[in-house]
Unconditional design. Structure first.
Lengths: 395, 395
């Protein structure tokens, strides 16, 4: 059987293969990108699901609008307003998780050979998703304050990309957060060069102490012309439940209309049952309480991971402690004659019954083999200390 | 903003524009393709949703496998076995409605310029979905027994298509059912010419009196080599609820693996909550009872529609009464000096407060402007009689 040419650009992720090893009993895994299911507000979600199946079963179980379930579009509009971003309900569409928002952007925007700039490193599934549409992906370097804007500007001028994709807040895998000053510069560059910037923001609510800078979307009102070149992907996966598969896409009207048409032929619409459940949940006034617990829990786990890494691996590893989100991004320094190969380190770690993800797959090209990603989200503090101690032994 | 070239091939459906008119109070609509929500087994679905949120909230609300929720893959395997088709749970993946199964087939199989053969007429969203991947769509003629196999065989030999897409049972829009003899011949042609045949089967359970012939999938065991060239799309949308967005794709292992990779970057996975709800529902032994009511209700509506059409429009209209499904496919004969233009007829019908869909958009090329589609599924028998009487006045 001869498959489509577009598949030649993409392989099932190396990470997926690693994940098959994680089922072994006794392994402490920092490899995942999942939220902690013990923190899901099961009672609230159940109350919401029951309410909508009782109050509006005909609507919830029938076909629905491709754009999304009306009450949820209103609910997301209110949710975004609380985060300082003005979006009318018809300025967004509901997507089957924010992964579908990325897919619809790819389908709508990218012709084979088009260039796309992403952070180096960035979310692996974005690289693969865009490559399936034929994108030529170019990585822009980052530091602890997010993407290097001077270098990004030069890359935009050199390559004239179809779009720039960024995770400005508590990035995956970087954990980095773009500074306020850089956010404003990116909006200015987008407006001036007429380059679409896609802001992916699944982690923004997961801050530990103080909220991060406003999203590019929230700031776009301060930079004339920038809103016309800005798309924003959001998701309930990290703050409510990934199993519902409810995300959203905010974009300029013409782009949103084209993405809606593409969605019509992708999956017709997102489940009305899960959309209505999310919409009703937002009216229960339980989200703030649930989020407070998530923030506090993740903050403590991140603190313990930072302290354990310093204690157990010392100057053999370098990292910037994140201010929110789910990830540490680190690199092996080679100090004390230790290895700088994260893939080799990962193999030895698995032997010691502890797992993390080597950083190479997160680079679209020129991978830094000394890098690695550690997630603390699903591991209790005692197990974090134990797991990092094992890492120390493995190195 | 410059969009992807693939959008040049596709427009938002003409039908969608028509649907905006249907909100008018008092309109009797035969235009839809929706099941009757009054027949949804709301209590059963609610029981299932509650059970899974009580018994397995962590699994149901967490990220899940791209291939689908284990218990549902087992449930679908059993459901297909009852229909005479042997499929192991790992021989299928769960999709976000069967629309996504089509999208994944397009993404996996179709390179720009590839040829695809469909029935003329066929499901509109399939034409558009495949065109977004650059397919050149070729229509094969049908009659009351489904696609004309002699002509299909010649078209396959002439065009060497990437795949052939068929709705063999109670087709949309045709209402036609492929005869047993033709089914076997198609399987032989697929095996001999090594041409992928995609069987879309959302309506097969909606038979009125006697079950339809076995699916191509069920028959493939009788035709050596045919199973390797056969994909099958199924859905709970017409028999349980479209709002759950649960469908499935059955395909040879290599194709299924590639489609799974494409799904990973399309929406990661289908909602676990709706998958688990469907899986639990299947264990409640309520589906047969619910389906019996649906079959009886639709059968009566179809009988009334056939009688009303004959009484009110006489030999100005010709149609084959369907034996199941949701649709009448008809054409204006021009007898008695009446118009043969279905689009003009549709305009006059809307003035008389009754709606149907002109048939032209269901043809990939060379539309037959005298054709139209009428759905009886959501209209009670009194309103069917009234609506068809209005059609008589409009013609």
């Amino acid at each position: 059987m001869q498959f489509a040419d577009r598949l030649n650009n993409v392989e099932t992720s190396a990470i997926r293969e690693l994940f098959k090893l994680l089922g072994r009993p006794g392994i402490i895994s920092f490899a995942g990108g999942f939220p902690d299911p013990a923190l899901f507000d099961v009672e609230g979600i159940k109350e919401a699901s029951n309410a909508v199946l009782t109050d509006a079963p005909g609507a919830v179980l029938q076909y629905g609008a491709t754009e999304g379930y009306g009450p949820l579009r209103e609910g997301i509009s209110g949710f975004m307003a609380n985060k300082g971003a003005k979006v009318t309900p018809d300025g967004l569409i509901v997507t089957t998780g924010s992964q579908q928002a990325l897919d619809l952007i790819g389908k709508t925007m990218i012709s084979p050979g088009d260039k796309v700039i992403v952070e180096a490193p960035t979310f692996l599934a974005t690289i693969q998703c865009f490559r399936l549409y034929g994108a030529h992906i170019i990585g822009a370097p980052i530091d602890a304050d997010g993407v290097d804007v001077d270098k990004l500007e030069k890359l935009i001028e050199e390559h004239k990309p179809k779009l720039v994709y960024l995770i400005p807040t508590f990035g995956n895998p970087s954990g980095a957060t773009l500074s306020l000053q850089r956010r404003k510069r990116i909006l200015e560059i987008a407006a001036r060069t007429k380059t679409l910037v896609v802001e992916d923001d699944p982690y923004g609510e997961l801050f530990f102490d103080t909220p991060p800078p406003p999203s590019l979307l929230a700031l776009s009102g301060e930079v004339p012309g920038s809103r016309e070149w800005l798309a924003h992907c959001g998701s309930f996966s990290k703050i409510l439940s990934p199993g519902l598969r409810v995300g959203w896409l905010i974009a300029p009207p013409e782009l949103l209309a084209k993405a809606t048409m593409c969605k019509q032929f992708s999956d017709a619409h997102t489940s009305n049952l899960t959309q209505a459940t999310a919409a009703h949940y937002l009216t229960l006034n339980r989200l703030d309480g649930a989020l407070a617990v998530v923030r506090q829990t993740y903050a403590e786990r991140a603190r313990v991971m930072a302290a354990s890494l310093q204690r157990e691996l010392g100057d053999s590893i370098a990292f910037n402690a994140p201010q929110g989100g789910m990830f540490f991004w680190a690199h092996l320094t080679g100090a004390n004659g230790k290895s700088t190969s994260a893939p080799e380190f990962a193999k030895r770690a698995i032997e010691k019954m502890v797992a993390f993800v080597p950083g190479a797959p997160f680079f679209a090209h020129d991978p830094d083999l000394s890098t690695l990603r550690l997630s603390f989200a699903t591991v209790g503090v005692d197990r974090i200390e134990e797991g990092i101690a094992r890492l120390g032994q493995a190195l």
